[in-house]
Design a protein. Structure first.
Length: 553
């Protein structure tokens, strides 16, 4: 599967097309507005691809805006990680990097304007009282006793809130909309709250901070966003989004459009639950290759092109669904198959002695790095008298259709000779410790004369192989939708990580760079882990050569 310029048309295309044809907009401006309170995950990738993709498709602009309105939960580390992930996915906001904190003064002035219009008031109810007055989905809310405060009193209290005269929770600024509304978001929502917390960008300049819905809609308007594209959970927030924009004088009137978020089976995308996995040590940090964060997927070895192709392939709709992980893995497999160099790895070594190959002699064989791409070049494979093969590639009492090595049978060594098993050496416990074989010197790059050899196995020169650790990663959860479980921890897959020490890889991999992916022939796709060093290579399994999960399930 390769990226194409022709992408499927969806309902957002229809909206944009109509807006351009009617003259409502001459240029398209979208945005990706994450909160810097955690790491981006695969769900965010869909929004990134959609917003930046639409801007590129229509010759417009996509902004990256960090909605940093809650200094209690936000960190500079998350902000840097977000920018790194967006770049890694292949997108560039150019000069259009913004923060909600860029607009703190304007957002404050908008709030003052709403108070002067009689459309906002300072409420002195406690948080618990506000929750009680708000009502429920079945019961209408009731007006706060402070709802009809005079404009002058609310202006005075709001100024004193800003000056730091009041403690947290004593006052809050609310929009005056409709406490009887069937939409809970319209029942006089909070606009500003008191927070004595230092902000990572503005320091201690402010002790009142805008609420997300308020800051989000007006930041869009201040940046002249034309289409504010978000996921379906914000659909009920759209009337409030429009209310803020409609009741203030802003440079633009953005249109909010909702689409279905990306959900993949056997994964978790809730920031709170991802944090729980990390803090309770169920995983090894935010970049654990089993996690759904983009940081983790990068370390796992998933190519960004595969993620982009996956998002494009799924299209954009208004119906939530859960996509099976195997669909995503097929995109990863297809991308790696096209670009990953080939190499050989022996995970469970069994010694082979080639009796008719001279001791001390080394023959350098040449192997292609990719069967379909000559541009990837070739590599040298040292061949010597003592080799290692995969233990599973030998069977002493082999059935008829076992086409690998067995006593008296022949097999071809990948990119090398045909060998024949002459003898089996066992230890005192009857365990096979060594095979004695002979090679046919006339079979290098040729078929053996007068006989068929069906099996091909991989191998390594014992003298030249590099030691490595291989981590076999699998799905983190055993059920399709762990987010739906009250106790999702009980569904963690105990076999999601298997560590195999003392593996052997080709000497050419000794200089492999962190993040470089390879196809270990006959095994799967693997990536050099970030923790690898010159003394010890560590490879993460990205994905197998084929989907085996369905069969196991």
């Amino acid at each position: 599967m390769t990226e194409t310029t022709e992408k499927p048309r969806h309902f957002i295309h229809q909206i944009i097309d109509a807006d351009l044809q009617s003259g409502k907009h001459k240029a398209i401006v979208t945005r990706f507005p994450p909160e810097p309170n955690g790491y981006l995950h695969i769900g965010h990738a869909k929004s990134i691809c959609l917003n930046f993709g639409l801007a590129k498709e229509y010759g417009g602009t996509c902004h990256l805006r960090l909605d940093d309105t809650n200094p209690c939960k936000e960190e500079e580390e998350f902000a840097h990680a977000i920018m790194e992930d967006v770049r890694w996915l292949g997108f560039d906001w150019q000069q259009h990097l913004y923060h909600a904190s860029d607009y703190y003064q304007q957002l404050h002035d908008f709030a003052v304007d709403l108070i002067k219009q009689g459309k906002a008031y300072v409420d002195s109810l406690s948080i618990e009282e506000i929750r009680e007055y708000r009502g429920t989905l079945q019961q209408a809310g009731k007006d706060s006793p402070y709802r009809n405060r005079s404009v002058e009193e609310s202006l005075d209290l709001f100024a004193r809130m800003k000056a730091g005269e009041f403690s947290e929770g004593t006052h809050i600024l609310r929009a005056k909309i409709d406490m009887q509304s069937g939409n809970m978001n319209m029942r006089d929502p909070a606009i500003y709250r008191i927070r004595f917390a230092s902000h990572q960008r503005t320091g201690d300049d402010w002790c009142i901070y805008p609420m997300y819905d308020y800051a989000h809609s007006l930041s869009d308007a201040l940046e002249s966003i034309t289409h504010s594209i978000c996921t379906l959970e914000f659909q009920d927030h759209r009337p409030l989004y429009d209310w803020f924009v409609d009741n203030l004088t802003t440079p633009a009137k953005p249109q909010q459009i909702e689409f279905a978020r990306l959900n993949i089976s056997h994964t978790m995308t809730s920031k709170r639950k991802l944090r729980q996995l990390v803090e309770e040590n169920h995983v090894d940090g935010w970049d654990d290759p089993r996690m759904s964060t983009l940081k983790a997927m990068r370390r796992r070895g998933y190519p960004p092109a595969a993620i982009r192709n996956f998002c494009d392939m799924l299209g954009t709709s208004k119906s939530n669904s859960v996509i099976d992980m195997s669909v995503f893995e097929e995109c990863v497999r297809d991308e790696l198959n096209q670009h990953a160099p080939r190499a050989m790895c022996v995970m469970n070594p069994l010694k082979v002695i080639i009796e008719n190959f001279p001791e001390g002699e080394v023959e350098n064989l040449t192997a292609s790095n990719h069967p379909n791409h000559e541009s990837l070049g070739t590599r040298e494979l040292p061949f010597s008298r003592e080799l290692y093969i995969e233990r599973d590639d030998f069977m002493e009492d082999a059935p008829k259709k076992f086409f690998r090595l067995a006593p008296g049978k022949e097999v071809r060594l990948r990119n090398a000779y045909v060998i024949k098993c002459e003898d089996v050496i066992k230890d005192a416990n009857g365990e096979i410790v060594e095979l004695r074989c002979s090679l046919d010197k006339d079979t290098l790059g040729k078929k053996p004369e007068g006989r068929k050899v069906k099996g091909v196995i991989h191998w390594l020169s014992a003298q030249h192989a590099e030691k490595a650790t291989v981590r076999l990663y699998d799905r983190l959860f055993t059920i399709e939708n762990p987010a739906a479980s009250e106790d999702f921890i009980q569904h963690l897959n105990p076999e999601s990580l298997m560590i195999i020490e003392n593996c052997l890889v080709e000497p050419s991999l000794g200089n492999a760079e962190t993040g470089q992916a390879f196809q270990f022939e006959r095994i799967g796709y693997f990536c050099v882990d970030k923790s690898s060093s010159s003394e010890k290579l560590i490879f993460n399994r990205v994905v197998g050569l084929r989907d085996t999960w369905a069969k196991l399930s």
